[in-house]
Write a protein that binds this ligand. Structure first.
Ligand SMILES: Cc1cc2nc3c(=O)[nH]c(=O)nc-3n(C[C@H](O)[C@H](O)[C@H](O)COP(=O)(O)O)c2cc1C
Length: 465
């Protein structure tokens, strides 16, 4: 069937269409669909067959519970990451519209952003077609959240000063919608008193922030605070701001998580253990439950409260943990965050081993514990769709984790460096490298809760794709 685009129509017809669309509050495309649908209905059955029905009558933004994000991309080097951010927001079932500033167009094109959002990208305040079609006031009004990423020093200054000199700033000024900024700039620009003054003003005005993070800058050799938060962090912050109405991305899914250390007895009163606190595994369990999952947490001995809404099974040894894991199957996803002892004492005393003066010290003979991650990953029945392990390494973190992924047969490994100087074991923050068959993705250093939120978002995207 022949196709006709709106651009091919004559100017007079386009003008009439724009006016009709503006009056009815629809986009030009939707107006055309409405006219065609009405014509098809009037023409009876024959006409319905020949006039190809305009594809889905509902636009994604019209679904009652779909939250709408307007993403404004500023003119910074981190703009390329905002293309990934579009994907991350859409993964969460959010409807995304996008504005590129003039400066942003030097870094990414409207074509690439448009391909990712799946519709026209807005760039010009004085575009007559744009004003009739959606227009800056509609852009401002039809969003549940506005995300500015990267928020450049210039955009922040304009916002703090109340300027409306281009489409992005006009929209930002014409809205009551919550705004989330992801600043990104050179550390000296960020530390500059003017930027800090603008930041203080924006925070006082109620603008929310994600980042900037500390780290390597795009400019070679530069480090400091000014790096844009990672797309997944921004998406998680956006979802949080969208609040109670945001989706429960793991609703109805069964998630099995192990956490904490295991204790391997030497005798009834002594044991071999490790420094795992269980903070990461417990945070993942809490995040999964908050995302609507049905969570079973199998935990070694820890000093933490049970996460709310989670079925907690407490065990001590690696063998008990394996038993509990196998009993808890089937599950959609299994996450093995526990630091399971590799070995146990083969000749553990049934009674307390007594110290006897003059006698040789007792010798402990170790034997290997079952490998819980590998056992579950290699199951031929009831293997969870996604099996995720942790790799606690003290050297060659990425290389060891890649080897572990292949050896254990699991789908993802979250590798972290647990050398004492990192403070990760028992600490409150974590630096993860996500290792999958596709490659290695470094995550920023962040709280264990934020790691958990990022992981849950990734899992949701994976299991619904
Ligand atoms: C290569 C290059 C990289 C830049 N990166 C940044 C940046 O990361 N952050 C920033 O605030 N400005 C950056 N700038 C400066 C902005 O592009 C400039 O201030 C621009 O006016 C910002 O436009 P906007 O308000 O549309 O974002 C960069 C400029 C160039 C030429």
């Amino acid at each position: 069937m022949a196709s006709l685009t709106i651009r091919q129509l004559d100017e007079q017809l386009k003008k009439q269409l724009r006016l009709r669309a503006a009056r009815s509050g629809r986009s030009v495309e939707d107006e055309v669909r409405t006219i065609l649908r009405a014509a098809a209905d009037e023409g009876g059955a024959d006409a319905k067959e020949t006039v190809s029905a305009p594809k889905p009558a509902r636009r994604t933004d019209e679904a009652a519970d779909t939250k709408r994000v307007l993403l404004i991309i500023g003119g910074g080097i981190a703009a390329y990451k905002s293309l990934d951010l579009i994907r991350r927001l859409k993964e969460r079932g959010l409807y995304v519209r996008c504005i590129l500033t003039k400066a942003a167009e030097h870094f990414v094109t409207p074509l690439s952003a448009g391909a990712l959002v799946g519709e026209k990208v807005f760039t010009d305040l004085f575009d007559p077609a744009g004003e009739f079609d959606v227009g800056h006031i509609r852009l401002a009004r039809e969003a549940d959240l506005i995300v500015v990423a990267p928020a450049t020093a210039d955009l922040m200054a304009k916002m703090a000063g109340g300027l409306a000199s281009d489409l992005a700033t006009a929209v930002l000024l014409a809205t009551k919608t919550k705004i989330l900024l992801a600043p990104a700039m050179n550390p000296l620009m960020w530390a500059n008193k003017a930027t800090q003054r603008n930041l203080a003003q924006l925070v006082a005005d109620g603008v929310a922030l994600v980042g900037p993070n500390e780290g390597e800058m795009a400019e070679s050799g530069e480090r400091g605070v000014g790096r844009m938060a990672e797309p997944l962090e921004i998406a998680a912050a956006a979802e949080k701001l969208l609040g109670a109405g945001a989706s429960l991305p793991l609703k109805g899914k069964r998630i099995l998580i192990t956490s904490g250390p295991t204790h391997e007895p030497i005798d009834p009163v002594r044991y071999i253990a490790n420094r795992s606190s269980g903070k990461q595994g417990h945070a993942i369990a809490a995040a999964a439950a908050a995302a609507g999952a049905n969570v079973t947490l199998i935990s070694g001995p820890v000093n933490l409260p049970d996460p709310t809404g989670v079925n907690v099974i407490k065990i001590e040894t690696a063998r008990e943990m394996l038993d509990a894991v196998e009993t808890a199957l089937p599950a959609d996803v299994a996450i093995f965050a526990a630091a399971v002892a590799d070995w146990r004492v083969a000749n553990a005393g049934v009674q307390k081993i007594k110290k006897k003066t003059g006698q040789a010290t007792p010798e402990l003979s170790l034997t290997e514990n079952p490998d819980i991650l590998s056992t579950v990953a290699h199951r031929t029945s009831q293997r969870p769709k996604l099996v995720i392990g942790f790799a606690a390494e003290t050297e060659h973190v990425a290389a060891n984790a890649k080897a572990k992924l292949a050896r254990k047969g699991c789908d993802w490994i979250l590798a972290n460096d647990v050398s004492p100087q990192t403070g990760i074991m028992g600490g409150d923050s974590n630096t993860i490298q996500l290792v999958t068959a596709k490659g290695i993705e470094p995550w920023p250093t962040q709280s264990k809760q934020d790691v958990a939120a990022m992981l849950i978002a990734r899992i949701a995207a994976e299991i619904w794709k």
